[in-house]
Write a protein that binds this ligand. Structure first.
Ligand SMILES: NC(=O)c1ccc[n+]([C@@H]2O[C@H](COP(=O)([O-])OP(=O)(O)OC[C@H]3O[C@@H](n4cnc5c(N)ncnc54)[C@H](O)[C@@H]3O)[C@@H](O)[C@H]2O)c1
Length: 323
């Protein structure tokens, strides 16, 4: 990537900032577009003092044309993560995850149609899957508006590959954790909430019996997958990206407590209705396609990932405060 012009949408958020910093360290010229949506994970401090051009705007904003023009690679990471928020304000989720992406793809088609595009989708598109692990042929059957909106966003990228011969790829990520994730929100998944709890020695509340399983990915492994997804082999394709190992939520909480040396207790509480009605049960990703075609493998196991993450947040305490 040395010398390449790379655009990262959502680049002030969790995954986007980790990617932008990796690209900048490798010598890319990095441009970021992020609208700092309230309650999302975006924060200008995520990029620190690194020399990155930023446009604070929705990806549907016409000013994005100047940013994407001449880009070698566009990593389209912008999106709304919260499943519960998508059920409270479905229209906003559809705007952020679908309509804005349609406008953005049109901008790129107009001013920079040969740019390579890697979009970030989610395993949430599958919904509740009867036979695990889920591979890319598993029927997408979303349980919430967020899954519908992300599926539409991802499929728009495939339409632009087929109909307009644009070089797009979409990655369906499993649950991601690591440095630069907003810890103070309850809306961005259970991993940042558990992490916040262990750092503050607060009780971890697990909905139900904690037996649901997840294959959690460290953000550095996700960045590796995004870089490998720029390969020509990946054009016009969707890939699952998840870990080979899975753990139950109870096991994940226990590992976080033990590894961090926290005094947190773990308590099992009844499911809140707004979570239960969109629960997917257990999930396990089959990532054999990206492993075989692009040579990606997760390299960070959960214990090592938790160690690195705890160290990062202890070194950067502002992530635990809401200001
Ligand atoms: N975090 C996870 O566990 C996870 C799992 C699967 C998929 N994903 C996907 O990864 C992407 C990034 O998630 P994250 O965890 O880094 O979240 P995040 O909230 O930390 O970052 C997302 C960033 O995108 C920005 N944004 C959202 N919609 C935008 C729009 N329409 N225009 C401009 N900026 C916009 C927000 O301001 C925020 O800074 C999302 O698309 C999400 O669906 C995340």
């Amino acid at each position: 990537v040395r010398g390449a012009v790379c655009v990262v949408t959502g680049g002030l958020g969790f995954i986007g900032s980790n990617l932008a910093l990796r690209l900048a360290a490798a010598g890319a010229a990095v441009r970021v577009i992020d609208s700092l949506v309230p309650t999302h994970g975006g924060d200008v401090r995520n990029l620190g003092a690194v020399d990155v051009e930023s446009l604070i705007a929705r990806i549907s904003d016409p000013r994005c044309a100047e940013v994407v023009e001449g880009a070698d690679v566009i990593f389209n990471v912008a999106g709304q993560v919260s499943h519960t928020a998508s059920m409270i304000d479905p229209r906003l989720d559809l705007e952020l995850n679908t309509v804005d992406h349609a406008a953005f793809l049109e901008t790129v088609r107009r001013v920079s149609p040969s740019s390579r595009i890697v979009h970030v989708s989610t395993r949430q598109v599958y919904g509740r899957v009867p036979h695990l692990p889920a591979n890319e042929n598993t029927v997408a059957n979303p349980v919430d508006v967020n899954g519908v909106a992300k599926l539409a966003g991802e499929q728009l990228h495939m339409v632009y590959a087929r109909a307009h011969s644009m070089a797009t790829t979409s990655l369906r990520l499993s649950n991601v954790y690591g440095a630069r994730q907003r810890l103070t929100s309850d809306e961005l998944g259970f991993l940042p909430v558990f992490m916040r709890n262990v750092l503050a020695d607060e009780t971890i509340e697990i909905f139900g019996d904690g037996s649901q399983r997840r294959d959690c990915l460290h953000v550095d492994d996700v960045v590796d997958a995004m870089l490998l997804a720029t390969d020509d082999e990946a054009v016009g394709k969707i890939y699952n990206v998840g870990h080979r190992c899975s753990q139950s939520l109870a096991e994940i909480a226990e590992m976080m407590v033990a590894i961090s040396g926290s005094k947190s207790e773990i308590r099992f509480v009844p499911w809140p209705g707004e979570h239960q009605r969109i629960d997917i049960g257990s999930f396990k990703t089959d990532s054999s396609k990206i492993e075989a075609e692009l040579g990606w493998v997760p390299t960070i196991d959960l214990a090592e990932g938790i160690r690195r993450t705890v160290t990062f947040y202890r070194d950067h305490p502002w992530y635990q405060s809401s200001i």
